[in-house]
Design a protein around this ligand. Structure first.
Ligand SMILES: NC(=O)c1ccc[n+]([C@@H]2O[C@H](COP(=O)([O-])OP(=O)(O)OC[C@H]3O[C@@H](n4cnc5c(N)ncnc54)[C@H](O)[C@@H]3O)[C@@H](O)[C@H]2O)c1
Length: 255
């Protein structure tokens, strides 16, 4: 029996490095996969790949900065598959104009902070607000968010990014506490440095070595490493895991 057979999984940010791996893995595990991504064409391409592998998928454009857009994605998932059983909220503002300008607390332009919060925190709360009633209508369900090792390690740069991920961890704890008894499980996966094959081919070796030096494992992460944990948490095998932020980071953190 496949782990997500007959379940409908909605992904917000399902077509990037980690999101694509989760979409593909969920499809291979028998889920109806609704691949939501800001770029509609990316979402459609990943959905086509899920289907080429024998799975069932729908690709759609969604921007988690907009409640209207989130509503439309939720409605489309329900129209296509009759309901939603599990949700992965994974999108983050990783654009160069945000991440590269996320310098330090003294220098950061507050617009950079606002943009980070808008997607990585407000967007996550907005997705949560929309999906909770839908999951409750099914008698419960699983939400997995994507946090980051950055929330724990105290990096000297990227304060806005780290603050949003630390805030997200509190959202996990809140949702599990508020709706756990009603059958909703909320967890997060906190990746360490994770590189897709496409990114790996363009990253300078020196940068990869620098990241590797922060780990206890002998290699950097791959999106499939993260997808394996996300799918476990989305499935009934993760039924007794609730309110956890689980590091999948090659030993970047020791918690
Ligand atoms: N790659 C890593 O090393 C790493 C480490 C720790 C945490 N993470 C987290 O993993 C998640 C995925 O990151 P990734 O490395 O796969 O990056 P990525 O850039 O490949 O994926 C991010 C995805 O989010 C989508 N997105 C951005 N803004 C959006 C919005 N407003 N609405 C909808 N979709 C939006 C993008 O289109 C993209 O597909 C992020 O939450 C990131 O913070 C990544």
């Amino acid at each position: 029996m496949k782990r997500l057979e007959g379940r409908t999984v909605l992904l917000f940010g399902g077509a990037g490095g980690i999101g694509s791996a989760v979409s593909l893995r969920a499809g291979a595990e028998g889920a109806n996969v609704v691949v939501g991504s800001r770029q509609h064409d990316h979402a459609t391409a990943v959905a086509a790949e899920v289907e080429a592998n024998g799975g069932t998928a729908l690709g759609l454009g969604v921007d988690i900065r907009s409640e209207t857009s989130i509503d439309a994605a939720v409605d489309a998932a329900i129209a296509a598959f009759g309901g939603i059983d599990a949700v992965h909220v994974n999108a983050a503002d990783m654009s160069p104009e945000t991440i590269q300008a996320d310098t330090d607390a003294a220098a950061i332009d507050l617009d950079v902070f606002d943009r980070s919060v808008r997607t990585n925190l407000r967007g996550y709360l907005a997705c949560t607000q929309r999906v909770i009633p839908v999951l409750l209508a099914r008698g419960g369900g699983a939400i997995v968010y994507t946090s980051s090792a950055a929330a724990f390690v105290g990096e000297p740069e990227r304060p806005a990014y780290a603050i949003t991920k630390a805030g997200l961890n509190s959202l996990v704890w809140h949702v599990a506490s508020r709706w756990g008894k009603e059958g909703i499980r909320a967890n997060a996966v906190a990746p360490g440095p994770t590189v897709s094959a496409a990114v790996d081919s363009v990253l300078p070796d020196s940068y990869k070595q620098e990241m590797l030096a922060t780990l206890r494992s002998p290699r950097l992460g791959k999106p499939e490493d993260i997808a394996a944990m996300v799918v476990l948490l989305l499935s009934s095998e993760g039924e007794w895991v609730n309110g956890q932020v689980i590091s999948v980071d090659g030993g970047r953190t020791l918690r």
